[in-house]
Write a protein that binds this ligand. Structure first.
Ligand code: FPP
Length: 260
């Protein structure tokens, strides 16, 4: 017999998790690689898109959970630059899902003060998708709560190359000198220039790799891998990851004694 917790119990568990989390040791920014949608659908004898659509429920739940816990930035690997190589039908269906999800969620973003943001080669997105996304970003631009960033048509190597080219152009035009180039200047030219580095990177779906995601930005992030497939991931799983993160000693190259 399977046990399905009642809503009341779930909420109680959330509170218990939230009680255990040290609010002074929260990451400001959590990045997530949402993996496992296709396998989740296959396990159920359904098409891959069934997994992606159910993945949206996880997105909503996790963003709500992050908001409750007090996390300011959530960045989701929603579509990588390599994902364009998937079967055309799947790519088109994901883009459609994006359009319908943004249209459906915008009221919730406004109600919950969520600011929608996007990073990646956005001009590669189908016009309809770009239009919906830009309108939602514009509409939520004054919101001051959680910043929800969708990495779309995103690849970290491309982002780094983009930054290199942009800095080279600034040198060429005389705007800056080669000697002026430092980590701050470089970061300023990344798509993520207006947010802090993620302190925690979560990957669902049981694979142990980074898949060209935020390579510069995660230099000192704590990595958390879970076998859970993305459509099964909920805020309680985010809280488990936060508790795990809070047990880690972040040394940044120093000794344990120095940090303590
Ligand atoms: C990876 O699982 C998932 C994706 C490439 C798509 C993720 C997109 C969503 C969850 C939709 C979210 C939409 C919005 C607007 C936030 P996979 O297909 O690689 O799974 P597999 O490894 O099991 O094949």
């Amino acid at each position: 017999m399977s046990f399905k917790p009642s809503r009341g119990l779930l909420i109680k568990n959330n509170m218990e998790y939230l009680d255990k989390i040290d609010l002074l040791k929260l990451p400001k920014h959590v990045a997530i690689i949402m993996d496992g949608n296709g396998r989740w659908a296959k396990e159920k004898g359904k098409l891959r898109m069934f997994g992606h659509s159910n993945g949206v429920t996880s997105v909503r739940d996790v963003v709500e959970g992050a908001d409750k816990a007090g996390i300011k930035y959530i960045t989701l690997y929603t579509f990588s630059s390599e994902n364009w190589n998937r079967p055309k039908l799947e790519v088109m269906a994901i883009m459609e899902l994006m359009v319908s999800t943004i249209a459906k969620e915008i009221a919730g973003f406004m109600k919950n003060n969520i600011k929608l943001n996007a990073i990646g080669d956005l001009d590669k997105l189908p016009a309809k998708c770009l239009k919906e996304l830009t309108a939602a970003m514009q509409k939520t631009s004054q919101n001051t709560g959680v910043v929800l960033t969708l990495a779309l048509s995103y690849g970290s190597r491309r982002e780094i190359l983009h930054a290199v080219k942009s800095i080279a152009a600034q040198v060429k035009s005389g705007e800056i000198e080669i000697e002026d180039i430092n980590e701050d200047v470089f970061e300023h030219n990344l798509f993520t220039n207006d947010m802090p580095h993620p302190e925690l990177l979560i990957r669902t779906g049981g694979e142990y790799r980074i898949s060209n995601y935020l390579l510069w930005q995660i230099a000192y992030a704590e990595l958390y891998f879970t076998p859970k497939l993305w459509p099964d991931f909920r805020k309680e799983d985010l809280y488990e990851a936060l508790l795990d993160y809070q047990k880690r000693e972040r040394r940044f190259g120093m000794t344990s004694e120095q940090v303590n």
